[in-house]
Design a protein around this ligand. Structure first.
Ligand code: MAN
Length: 192
């Protein structure tokens, strides 16, 4: 009877639990539960990592994360994807270079001109976003770019400078920093 019900092996020596459907089903459920636990643990640690990320004053960049815009400048079209990466594509059909991956925020004190139509960083402390570890540069470092932000009505690039080979600084206007209290590039001077 035990052999017929799959509890004992036919030779009578060993139980054949793996042949028992109920045991196999339970094992599958256990495996499924383990996988789901692992998925949820991974989600939890991703969320924890995200909570520890710096999204700027009032978390304003959390809402922008992953949104991208194209920036036209000189012989290149740049793409900035907030909290993600910056790329560069030559207008003359060159390949796409990843200039850097988002690596944190900071500030910098600037003293730059502002054009008559209000474009430029102005004078004072401005927010920065570091982007590092981009595509390696022939005979040079991995590309990196410091994006310096100031208030503007729409996203626009004011200036891109290659300060050293493959080390870039990009001056960008964006409404995202207009409320930060240190970004009034559009009127040239910080209000006192
Ligand atoms: C590309 C661009 C330039 C860079 C050179 C280096 O043309 O990324 O900015 O100076 O590669 O080879």
């Amino acid at each position: 009877m035990l052999v017929q019900n799959g509890i004992l092996a036919a030779n009578g020596d060993e139980p054949v639990l793996s042949d028992n459907k109920a045991v196999r089903d339970a094992q599958e459920r256990l495996d499924g539960a383990r996988r789901s636990l692992e998925d949820q643990q991974r989600d939890k640690s991703n969320h924890e990592e995200d909570l520890n990320k710096d999204y700027g004053v009032d978390d304003v960049f959390r809402a922008l994360k992953g949104k991208c815009f194209l920036l036209d400048s000189g012989e290149y079209t740049y793409e900035l994807c907030w909290m993600d990466r910056v790329t560069q594509k030559s207008k003359k059909g060159g390949s796409l270079n990843v200039m850097g991956n988002y690596a944190g925020m900071g500030t910098i004190v600037v003293d730059e001109e502002v054009s008559a139509d209000g474009k430029g960083l102005g004078t004072g402390e401005r927010l920065t976003m570091k982007h590092e570890n981009g595509q390696s540069c022939w005979n040079g470092p991995n590309r990196s770019v410091l994006v310096v932000l100031a208030c503007a009505p729409t996203e626009e690039v004011w200036k891109v400078v290659e300060e050293e080979k493959c080390v870039y600084r990009m001056e960008v206007g964006t409404p995202a920093v207009c409320m930060s209290g240190m970004a009034s590039g559009s009127n040239g001077k910080d209000e006192l």
